[in-house]
Design a protein around this ligand. Sequence first.
Ligand code: SF4
Length: 434
Amino acid sequence: MPPRPVASPPRRITRSSLARFRYGDANGSSSKENSTPPPATDIEDVIPSATATRKRKRTTVLEPSSTSSPRRTIKTEEMETKVTAPSAASRRQRKPARKTVDADTGEAKVSAPSDWEEMYDTVKAMRAPGGVAANAAVDTMGCERLAEDTASPRDRRFQTLVALMLSSQTKDTTNAAAMRRLQTELPPHAPGAPAGLNLKNVLAADPELINKLIWAVGFHNNKTKYLKQAAAILRDEWAGDIPDTYEGLVALPGVGPKMAHLCLSAAWGRTEGIGVDVHVHRITNLWGWHATRDPEGTRAALQGWLPRDRWREVNWLLVGFGQTVCLPVGRRCGDCELGLRGLCRAAERKKVLEGRRRRESVKVEKVEEDDGAVVKVEEEREEEEVVEKDVVVNEKVESLEMDLGPSNLVEVKSKPGLEQREASTGKRRRSKKT
Ligand code: SF4
């Protein structure tokens, strides 16, 4: 029986193996061992690197024969170590949410998109009072805020449901105006009963009148029909209140998954899913968090990884952001922190560059009195630090030039401030007296 091959032990790095790189060996030492010439390899070639890839290289050299012997072929083999840096393309890519299955347990897990939390917190800061995305229409006229404070809890819940039913394909401002008309102009169902928006008054009202009151909202004819049908269901099946379950809510005519989740949160204080508005769908796809076809797909994708404590907030957050900064048409990337910080892959490069330039050239005007004469001082603010982090918009000017081509290069360079910014290192301060 042939002897079994013995597997060679893994190569170890020991002190003695590294001793040949000791300082002084190359210059010749008095000791006998050190009299051997120093190795030609560098120490970094010996210590394996985590990012290094080893590649076997085979070289064939054809040597011309010097005498009568035929040409000799010398084959040499050497190990080449190549260190690969992460490519620029891979750095710029945002990893979307991805589903992985644990090989051992078979359990599926959804990983969140890379840097989602930084983006989320940045948007939150923009939506805070004083931020560029503060004071959105949804903050004061969102469906959650349209129920009357003076109404009973049951009527408030009903009004929230009606506001949501009217809100589809309609701006918040228009929806708020229609709700106001219903709350003030809907006649009482019986003499002496209170007027305004409640279940009994809707049941008693003429559909023509309701249609007239809500004529400004999109698809008002259908919405009038759904409102009357839903009111009858609430009276017959829910004892005059709105359903307190997702299933009960989506069973009402004209109520979809988004409305049901939002209604459950706003009316009953229970969040069982994310209400995904078109703004949420559009913006999260722009960011590359996922690639979904419709708001329902976005809801399922977000629910796979977004922490539950953000489920209620995320719709409000992104709807307001979509109404003020990341508009469906005419996005304000030059004012958006995500664009300025290089966190958004969909940022419009030209607007971001303009926004950065604007930010740098904000001037503080001071009026000083100098011996009775009024002196105006224009002082340029310190340049804000911009973290170059991510995608296309943060390319340096050179790469922008490459993309735009030489014809546009002149235009880019000729714009005031750009050359100065290129030349600047660190803080700059300039003042001008007039
Ligand atoms: S940078 Fe532009 S596209 Fe990106 S989130 Fe901001 S406004 Fe939207």
